[in-house]
Write a protein that binds this ligand. Structure first.
Ligand code: AMP
Length: 315
């Protein structure tokens, strides 16, 4: 079962971000859910990414991604401008404020999967138009495990399509504000019950500096955020959480069948994957854009994973 060859197929945004945080401003830097997710997941398993960029997107970045077991053959380069998100954070770094979203080339994107893409056993539908998430999923014969993410923008504008996606996924990861918006319920326990009723048997609610909550058949697990003295830019924390979480699951070979045959192993692995997600996200927020992830080494990651385990150990 344990295989490092389990590849994850993801669809998500490849973007330029303009971000303002209390630490400063970053203009048209590299971002996007598919981008952050792939980089984080690639520390654990091979990734294939589906997306679209305009001719203004730096080819060197795509080359850089492909040097680290990320297959970018599914990233189309088309005439037009790359997706551009402008956002800001105030002192409450847990909540991004969207100033503008220019979908640009994503508006007419029609993802087509190659035979290699369709063979992926693990699928992560990163934060993107749920219509596109569905188009990708509908081309997959029968993946072993499907997870997805979304955000307020899509919950408000494409709720029906998102609910269609949710019927087909095993795991949903969203943040606290989005869980309230999706369920119409602020109380986390009630919200989790409602959302799990929409399809995903596993729900992860990300709570920024307060960590993440995992809701499953077996109960609730609470993982803390890795404590940091300084958060520079929270953008991408959720996507990189998901990248490490999914990468960990793919690397472990855990899937829907294991959930049925060995619920204890499934639960333990999910919990470890949540911790891996929290550790990865803690690196992302230490700098703007993908900069900290680009510098991140495997040994730094392992050291912080050990420190996290130590932090959770009594005696
Ligand atoms: P997060 O992990 O939630 O901080 O995700 C931040 C990333 O999501 C940024 O790099 C943005 O480019 C991207 N993003 C923002 N809005 C959207 C959207 N409506 N659809 C897809 N991606 C988005």
């Amino acid at each position: 079962m344990n295989s490092t060859k389990n590849s994850i197929l993801t669809v998500g945004s490849m973007a330029f971000d303009t971000i303002e945080t209390p630490s400063g401003r970053a203009e048209k830097v590299l971002g996007g859910s598919g981008n952050f997710f792939s980089i984080a997941a690639s520390f654990f398993s091979p990734v294939q990414v589906i997306g679209v960029v305009g001719e203004d997107f730096p080819k060197e970045h795509l080359n850089w991604l492909s040097q680290r077991q990320i297959d970018v053959s599914g990233v189309e380069i088309v005439p037009g401008k790359t997706f551009h998100w402008v956002g800001s954070y105030n002192e409450n770094l847990n909540e991004a404020r969207t100033i503008s979203t220019a979908l640009n080339v994503f508006e007419h994107f029609n993802p087509k999967l190659s035979a290699g893409h369709k063979a992926a056993k693990y699928v992560f539908l990163a934060n993107i138009d749920p219509v596109l998430q569905n188009q990708v999923l509908n081309q997959m014969p029968r993946p072993n495990l499907v997870a997805c993410d979304s955000m307020n923008f899509w919950i408000t504008s494409k709720l029906d399509a998102l609910k269609e996606t949710l019927k087909k996924v095993d795991i949903l990861s969203i943040n606290e504000g989005e869980s309230a918006m999706l369920s119409g319920e602020k109380n986390l326990l009630k919200a989790a019950k409602i959302i799990r009723g929409m399809g995903p048997s596993v729900l992860v609610i990300k709570r920024g500096e307060y960590g993440a909550l995992l809701f499953t058949e077996s109960g609730i697990f609470h993982a803390p955020a890795y404590p940091l003295e300084m958060v520079v830019d929270p953008t991408g924390a959720g996507d990189t959480f998901a990248g490490a979480f999914m990468g960990y699951l793919a690397d472990s070979g855990i899937d829907r069948e294991v959930a049925k045959s060995d619920p204890k192993l499934w639960e333990t692995t999910l919990r470890k994957a949540v911790l891996a997600g929290c550790v990865m996200a803690s690196f992302t927020v230490e700098d703007f854009s993908i900069q900290r992830l680009v510098r991140l080494t495997k040994s730094e990651l392992v050291d912080r994973q050990k420190a996290m385990t130590q932090m959770l150990t009594i005696g």
